[in-house]
Structure formats: structure tokens, C-alpha cells
Design a protein around this ligand. Structure first.
Ligand SMILES: [Mg+2]
Length: 139
């Protein structure tokens, strides 16, 4: 079972996200800000992080910077969760080191697509497709 670590300061949003993830079969760990999330990573060993951009103590941009600078966690997949829907944000978010982002309110289809995209390295179906691909290219 995959584990998703959430960092989100709003209790209602956190609960909604937890429900969306749990019905999809993910284990969920909730934290309320970036500082708490960073403290939990080593022990929780999440497969992916979902990080709200606007949080007290340590916001999403501060959190992604510390993750990407950390030799142990730097390659962890991290999705930003953002209330902003302004032009140019996508670039700002990707330049900061996030692997992608989800806009609030979370669209379940977008959530599925992003989780699939970032977690499918360990997906047996995509592993089979990779093998088929390498067989074809060899012949
Ligand atoms: Mg927030």
C-alpha cells in the first residue's frame, strides 16, 4: 500500500483530501504545515507528498526547497496543492521543484492522473509495458 503525506493547514481541506485518498486505497498521514511534514518524512517513509502552498510556520515553497536540498529526500515526488489559479503560477510551482500541482477544489480525475503519473514507477502494468517496449526496440 502506498503512503501519502499531506501538509495542509485547513482542517476541512485536510479531511477532504484524506477521504479522496483513502477511498483510493492510500495510507494517509496528515500534517498541518511544512515543518511538521519535514519532521515526519524520515519515520513515515511516504511514497509521495501533497503540500499546500499557503501554510503558517513553513509554507509550500519553503517546504519544497528544504526537501530538494536534502540528500535523503530530494527525489521524493511532491505535488503542490494550490488555491491560486493565476497565470504564471504553473511555471513558478514547477521552477520551485514541485513535480506538479493540483488546484483547489481538488478534481478527483486530476488527482488520479497525477498520482498515477508520479507513482507508476512501481506499477506492475507500466513495468510490463516498459518490458514490451524494450523487447520491441531490441528486435
Ligand atoms: Mg493553506
Amino acid at each position: 500500500m502506498k503512503t501519502v503525506l499531506i501538509a495542509e493547514d485547513n482542517a476541512v481541506n485536510r479531511e477532504l483530501l484524506r477521504e479522496l485518498l483513502e477511498i483510493r486505497g492510500y495510507d494517509v498521514i496528515e500534517t498541518c504545515n511544512g515543518e511538521e511534514a519535514l519532521q515526519r518524512i524520515a519515520e513515515a517513509q511516504p511514497d509521495i507528498l501533497l503540500v499546500d502552498l499557503g501554510m503558517p510556520v513553513l509554507d509550500g515553497f519553503g517546504t519544497i526547497q528544504q526537501i530538494r536540498d536534502n540528500p535523503t529526500f530530494h527525489s521524493l515526488p511532491v505535488l503542490a496543492v494550490t488555491a491560486y489559479a493565476m497565470q504564471g503560477d504553473r511555471e513558478k510551482i514547477l521552477n520551485a521543484g514541485f513535480d506538479g500541482y493540483l488546484s483547489k477544489p481538488i478534481n478527483p480525475v486530476a488527482l488520479d492522473q497525477e498520482l498515477e503519473r508520479l507513482l507508476n514507477k512501481n506499477n506492475p502494468i507500466s513495468a510490463l509495458e516498459d518490458r514490451a517496449e524494450s523487447t520491441r526496440s531490441r528486435s
